[in-house]
Design a protein around this ligand. Structure first.
Ligand code: NDP
Length: 275
């Protein structure tokens, strides 16, 4: 058992995987499940202390590499490292992302947005994914069956007035995923590319929006009340989707988008009722 109530069946055996933003939150959950499913997993992040500690916990199938996804030179160095080591990549999870709420001072709405904040959010969320796909494709050509998994968001499918740059960047990730999927298919590369669209998954990214103490408990309750399944999601809910899309079980799936949102995007609050 992998400690999560499910026996590992080595779905990712013989796969070499790289996960960005893997030091905490959803990326850490994906890295943990990838290792338990048999993948040799390279965790990357800008938080080296947390990433290295997690790798020690995960054991010899995991390794850590510093990688700021917005910096092309760092992608080049990572690609050199992989080319000189395992020699290929089978799975790339472009997970690193920011809202901008912690990293910039805003404002974040469409009327008054700050361009430095706008560019920073896009440089991590969109440039980071585009660079990941660019170097991922190069590293995946020797793979017999490769998969790129881009973590977009519910915010890539609907407007978010209070986080316009975040929503814009995630919408672009959704679309770029499809360009990459079709390009790889056209070229005859054995590389698939799909996007995952999580919403309301409890990770540190939420902390600036939740407050503290009683206010935090109230904010979590309000958030859960808007979710059809009635509760906030867990990083493993997203990680299992990343296992499926990384594994050969999804070999006919490319250019697809998978929502992991407790049903949020399934309906509309303005739907008709008889009352
Ligand atoms: P977290 O903030 O918990 O984790 C993100 C990780 O990415 C952190 O370790 C962070 O490092 C790292 N990171 C930040 N900037 C960079 C960078 N430039 N290069 C490399 N790593 C970086 O977020 P989540 O786990 O919640 O989010 C993961 C992904 O899922 C993101 O793309 C997010 O947008 C997406 N998502 C999350 C949802 C949720 O409800 N949690 C919903 C929809 C989408 P550091 O700690 O040093 O900043």
């Amino acid at each position: 058992m992998d400690g999560r109530g499910s026996a590992s069946v080595n779905r990712l055996k013989n796969k070499i995987a790289l996960v960005t933003g893997a030091s905490r939150g959803i990326g850490a959950a994906i890295a943990r499940l990838y290792v338990s499913e048999g993948a040799e997993t390279i965790l990357t992040d800008i938080d080296d202390g947390a990433g290295e500690a997690l790798v020690r916990d995960l054991g010899p199938s995991a390794s850590y590499l510093h990688l700021d996804v917005s910096d092309e030179d760092q992608w080049l160095a990572a690609a050199d490292h992989i080319a000189a080591g395992p020699g290929r990549l089978d799975i790339l999870v472009n997970n690193a992302g920011i809202t901008g709420f912690e990293e910039t001072s805003g404002p974040y709405d469409p009327e008054s947005l700050d361009m430095a904040s706008w560019h920073m959010v896009h440089s991590v969320n969109l440039d980071g994914v585009a660079l990941g796909c660019k170097y991922g494709i190069r590293l995946m050509k020797p793979s017999p069956a490769a998969s790129i998994v881009n973590i977009s968001s519910r915010s890539g499918m609907v407007g978010i007035p209070a986080a316009a740059a975040y929503a814009s960047s995630k919408a672009a990730v959704r679309n770029h995923t499809k360009s990459v999927a079709l390009y790889c298919a056209q070229q005859g590369y054995a590389i698939r590319c799909n996007s995952i669209h999580p919403a309301a998954i409890l990770t540190p990214i939420w902390e600036p929006m939740l407050g503290e103490g009683a206010a935090r408990a109230d904010a979590l309750k309000t958030l859960a009340a808007d979710i059809p399944l009635g509760h906030i999601g867990d990083p493993d809910d997203v990680a299992w989707a990343a296992v499926y899309l990384g594994a050969d079980e999804s070999k006919y799936v490319t250019g697809a988008e998978l929502t992991i949102d407790g049903g949020i995007l399934a309906g509309s609050s303005a739907s008709p009722t008889r009352e």
